[in-house]
Design a protein around this ligand. Structure first.
Ligand SMILES: *Cc1c(COP(=O)(O)O)cnc(C)c1O
Length: 434
């Protein structure tokens, strides 16, 4: 598998280099030179396959021998070892639950696959790999748990102080071993900027073998295509042929993976990009002007992104053509008030409890289905996290009904360890060198 930079199609590197460098030197993002289209027969027969079987077929096609078959199969079987069920909650409206992994968020797919791919490529005796991650909450937990105990790798997680939920904070700060957490006095965008700056700092690059585990890493994007194919397999079993996916979006990695699956031949009628009031993309689709904004804090904090880092990948897939893009993606933006009303409504009418990110995807799907009523289309909204990660959002009577999964119970007695830093680069650099 060969990758190019979105800033320069002639800058080409093998998959392994893209995995370890995350970002090309010209600050573009890596994209595959060729996106294979899967055999239509395989797509028509998806319902016959399990999630790990689908994951193997899809990754084999896109990785194109970058990892030998038997090793790839072992990576998949270890990384993709939990379910991603599609459940009907009302007529035509289905939820794709992506929160059954160890950190209770969809980011487990990307993080678990990436950590195993990195450890596969990391030959014995090579310099220690330093993974730097900025997180608005969920990435850090998934990456920490994905890399915990992996030899020859150290993980440093930056999270915005006071802006992650108590369970998220536990997931970030109770690991020990090869994982360290830093709380930054600032926003998620500050954390992301610090990580980006570290990658461009000559002294740090010389001293450490730095890599990123954010959604910009190509090895996180690939495994996220698996559950789109697997969701399609499930809607086939339910008797549908057409699907609309509604994706709660922040950095646009999740929906980017969906679009990659679509490019690989998955028949998707429409993608809905559902955002909170951080509406840079909905505004761009409407006006044609992409204006990065400072992020604003909302209840769906994993989507508080004012300048989505994966957006250039999506533009790249459409050759920069906004009109083409608008045929495939419809964007919606919702306030915290609307999010809470959606949570209450679905709880009351369907007995289902959604996390705030998931609720925004539900709202977008409802919006689209109302405008395009049809019995033949399966509406699927992606549930990106378990509701127990955001306990403060829910009215007490709903919160009381949320079951606490075993993954959380195990964290509660553990000691928390983290460092505190400001949002200036010099302090962060001194910490890394220190
Ligand atoms: C990360 C995250 C998102 C946003 O996903 P992107 O790939 O950044 O668009 C949505 N919901 C939850 C719960 C998340 O953790």
């Amino acid at each position: 598998m060969i990758l190019y930079s979105t800033n320069n199609k002639d800058l080409r590197v093998p998959f392994k280099e893209g995995v370890f460098n995350s970002l090309p030197a010209d600050k573009g993002l890596y994209m595959p030179v060729s996106i294979p289209v899967l055999d239509p027969e395989f797509i028509a027969d998806l319902h016959k396959y399990s999630l790990p079987e689908i994951a193997f077929r899809v990754s084999k096609a896109i990785l194109n021998n970058a990892i030998p078959e038997s090793d790839l199969k072992a990576i998949i079987d270890e990384a993709i070892n939990f379910e991603a069920p599609v459940i009907e909650i009302s007529k035509g409206i289905n939820v794709l639950e992506l929160f059954h992994g160890p950190s209770l968020a969809f980011k487990d797919f990307g993080a678990r696959f990436m950590s195993r791919v990195m450890s596969y490529f990391l030959k014995e005796g090579e310099k220690q790999l330093d993974v730097l991650v900025a997180t608005s909450g969920d990435t850090g937990g998934a990456v920490a748990l994905g890399f915990l105990g992996v030899p020859n790798v150290r993980v440093t997680i930056l999270f915005p102080k006071g802006k992650v939920s108590p369970i998220q904070e536990l997931q970030l700060t109770t690991n020990g071993q090869n994982i360290r957490a830093i709380e930054i006095d600032g926003t998620f965008d500050d954390c992301q900027a610090l990580v980006k700056q570290a990658f461009n700092d000559p002294e740090l690059k010389e001293k450490f073998r730095l890599t990123s585990a954010n959604s910009i890493n190509i090895s996180r994007l690939i495994p996220q295509t698996f559950y789109y194919f697997n969701a399609y397999a499930q809607i086939q079993r339910m008797g549908y042929k057409e699907v609309v996916f509604s994706v709660p979006s922040g950095n646009f990695g999740n929906i980017g993976a969906g679009l990659l699956a679509w490019k690989m031949g998955l028949p998707v009628k429409q993608f809905l990009a559902a955002t909170n009031s951080n509406d840079t993309v909905p505004e761009f689709l409407q006006t044609g002007v992409y204006k990065a904004k400072p992020s604003v804090q909302t209840w769906s904090n994993a989507m508080d992104v004012g300048d989505p880092s994966n957006w250039v990948r999506i533009m790249d897939m459409f050759g920069g053509d906004r009109d083409l893009l608008k045929k495939v993606i419809t964007a919606y933006s919702y306030s915290d008030g609307e999010t809470l009303e959606a949570i209450k409504q679905v709880h009351a009418e369907n007995g289902y409890i959604m996390c705030p990110h998931t609720a925004i995807a539900w709202l977008a799907l409802k919006g689209w289905m109302t405008e395009h009523p049809s019995d033949d289309v399966a509406g699927v909204f992606l549930s990106t996290a378990h509701p127990c990660k955001f306990p403060d959002i829910f009215p007490a009577e709903i919160a009381a009904e949320i079951d606490i999964p075993v993954q959380v119970k195990e964290l509660e007695g553990k000691e928390r360890i983290s460092s505190s830093l400001g949002n200036d680069f010099e302090g962060f650099k001194a910490f890394l060198l220190g």
